[in-house]
Each structure stands twice: as structure tokens, then as C-alpha cells.
Design a protein around this ligand. Structure first.
Ligand code: CP
Ligand code: NVA
Length: 310
């Protein structure tokens, strides 16, 4: 694997498989209460410019369980917030830390940081991408369905960071990705065109949600207004109304379809209470798996031992 996890497009299928294998092993260790601490003495820095529950907790708890520790660095508390440059910050932090997770607005910011850092840099969400999320989503699909191969995943809603990362994953792994987004809210065009050209299982963008969801094994949605777009929430609501994942939309999917949402959800907007809490929903397992997958990622990128082997 490369030094950093900035996007899923740069992963090979073997990298995905290694992460899923290690996630499964680490999840089993947690369940069996086996103490496994390969990251003793290692410290993870966490620069977060946006709110987080799952990402922050999964990395903080995860590195603690692996024997290391995390230090949370909100921009206003460090000199970055007062104008210290990205290269200076990245070079200096690389002398203290063993890895860093960044959650911010601009993807280019994370990429620039990674360029100047000698330690692994993990993208914990930008406006463009959310790679860690989709890694644990696919791991959850493997748990539920045995494989992702040959399945149809339907993403319904905003063509946002989560949708873009789904496209990057579908560019590398053999599953079919159907997206349904309202006009004007499509995924990133470059990512979509590249994904359509390279995807082994096929990627298609629809306008009508039921077209995308027909015979889907996985029905996935996310908020209509992401972090940083709160001002647009009211104006977006009527545009997205037909894209709600509700009992009716579910009837178009396969009978055994699972419903996924990265959370946090705006209940009653992109998804109804009955579906989010219903028998098809796997959202809490999905959230739990962030922990196991983030641990696998840190074990590989910070611990490094699996990098050498495979
Ligand atoms: N799904 C996800 O990334 O959640 P948080 O924003 O709570 O980290
Ligand atoms: N698209 C959402 C994902 C939150 C985990 C956002 O960026 O706010």
C-alpha cells in the first residue's frame, strides 16, 4: 500500500482485501477479548476542522486498543489556525507523530499536507471524499452478504463525498454501482467519468431513484446537505424530496436488500424512521465497523508489518 490513504482510487484490489482481512481478524480479537498491541509507543495526530462522532471515536479508541495513543488537534488550538504553513506543520508534526488523520474542507489541503509529511496521512473526510467510510461500508457488506462481488449497490441522494468515494471503490472492485441524484447534484464529474470508464462491474447515474434501486442488494443514502452546506438545507429539501429512502422505495430493491447510511442521519429527510430502524437496516453494525476497519488501517499504515508481507 502507499504511505497515505487520501482516496480509494489509489488502492489496488489487493490493498482492499488486506484491509478487509485484517478488519475481520481485529474484530474477532475484540470479541474474544484478546489483547493485541502492535502500536505501543505510537501516537496518532488528529486535525479536525469539522465535527465528528464516529470517525473521531473509531481512531481514538482504535489506536488506544492497539497500544498507542491519539492527540486531538483542532485548528484553533494549533499554530495552523494562526497561519503557520502546511509544509512547516507537516514536516514538524512528522517528527513527533507516527500518523495523522485529517478531516477538513478542501481535498487539496490534505494532499498538500501528505506531500510534505513523512508519516502516513489518512483522509478522515473532505468535501470531496470520505474513503474510510466506504472501506468500512464494504467490510459491512462482506459480513452481511459474504462478498461484494457481483452485488448491486444503489446510492440515492446527493452526489457528495460519500457518493464520490463509492465511485472510486467501484472503479477498483467488481460490484455494480447505481446512483440516483437530482439534476444539479451529481457526483464530481472527473471522478464519475473515470469510474464509468474503469469500473469492472459498471457504474450508472440515474435521475429516478426507483431505477437505481431496482433489484439492488444494498440501498445506501446520506444527508442532503453535508457539513459546510447547512445554509442550503432549506433550499435543497424540495429538490431531494423524491429521493427519500422509505418503505415504498425499498419495494424496488431485492427482498433481502440491506439499508445503509454513514450517519449522522436527518431522520424524516433522506431516510424515514421506519427504514432506519427497520429490519433491513444495518446502520449500527456499519458504525461499529468503523472501529475495526480504522484499526486495520492503522495497523497497516502505522505498524507497517503487513506492508512488508504483501
Ligand atoms: N460517518 C461519519 O463519518 O460520522 P462522523 O461524522 O460522526 O465521524
Ligand atoms: N456527507 C456527509 C457525511 C458525514 C459523515 C458530510 O460530509 O457531512
Amino acid at each position: 500500500m502507499k504511505k497515505d490513504l487520501l482516496n480509494l482510487y489509489e488502492l489496488g484490489r489487493a490493498d482492499f482485501e488486506m484491509i478487509f482481512r485484517r478488519s475481520e481478524a481485529l474484530k474477532k480479537m475484540n470479541k474474544d477479548e484478546i489483547s493485541y498491541t502492535p502500536l505501543v509507543g505510537k501516537t496518532l495526530g488528529m486535525i479536525f476542522d469539522k465535527s465528528s462522532t464516529r470517525t473521531r471515536l473509531s481512531f481514538e479508541v482504535g489506536i488506544y486498543q492497539l497500544g498507542g495513543m491519539a492527540t486531538f488537534l483542532s485548528r484553533r488550538d494549533i499554530q495552523l489556525g494562526r497561519g503557520e504553513t502546511i509544509p512547516d506543520t507537516a514536516r514538524v508534526m512528522s517528527r513527533y507523530l507516527d500518523g495523522i488523520v485529517i478531516r477538513t474542507f478542501d481535498q487539496k489541503w490534505v494532499e498538500e499536507f501528505a506531500l510534505h509529511a513523512s508519516i502516513p496521512v489518512i483522509n478522515g473526510l473532505t468535501d470531496l471524499l470520505h474513503p474510510c467510510q466506504i472501506l468500512s461500508d464494504i467490510f459491512t457488506i462482506i459480513e452481511e452478504k459474504g462478498t461484494y462481488e457481483g452485488l448491486k449497490v444503489a446510492y440515492v441522494g446527493d452526489g457528495n463525498n460519500v457518493a464520490n468515494s463509492w465511485i472510486n471503490a467501484a472503479a477498483r472492485l467488481p460490484f455494480t454501482l447505481h446512483l440516483a441524484c437530482p439534476e444539479g447534484y451529481d457526483p464530481d464529474d472527473t471522478i464519475l467519468q473515470r469510474g464509468v470508464a474503469e469500473s469492472p462491474g459498471g457504474i450508472r447515474l440515474f435521475r429516478a431513484p426507483f431505477d437505481a434501486v431496482t433489484d439492488a442488494d444494498v440501498i445506501y443514502t446520506d444527508v442532503w446537505a453535508s457539513m459546510g452546506q447547512e445554509d442550503e438545507r432549506e433550499e435543497r429539501a424540495p429538490v431531494f424530496m423524491d429521493y427519500q429512502v422509505n418503505e415504498h422505495l425499498l419495494t424496488y430493491g431485492r427482498q433481502d436488500a440491506i439499508v445503509m447510511h454513514c450517519l449522522p442521519a436527518h431522520r424524516g429527510e433522506e431516510i424515514t424512521d421506519d427504514v432506519l430502524d427497520g429490519s433491513h437496516s444495518v446502520v449500527v453494525d456499519q458504525a461499529e465497523n468503523r472501529l475495526h476497519v480504522q484499526k486495520a488501517l492503522m495497523e497497516i499504515l502505522i505498524g507497517g508489518q503487513y506492508n512488508k508481507d504483501e
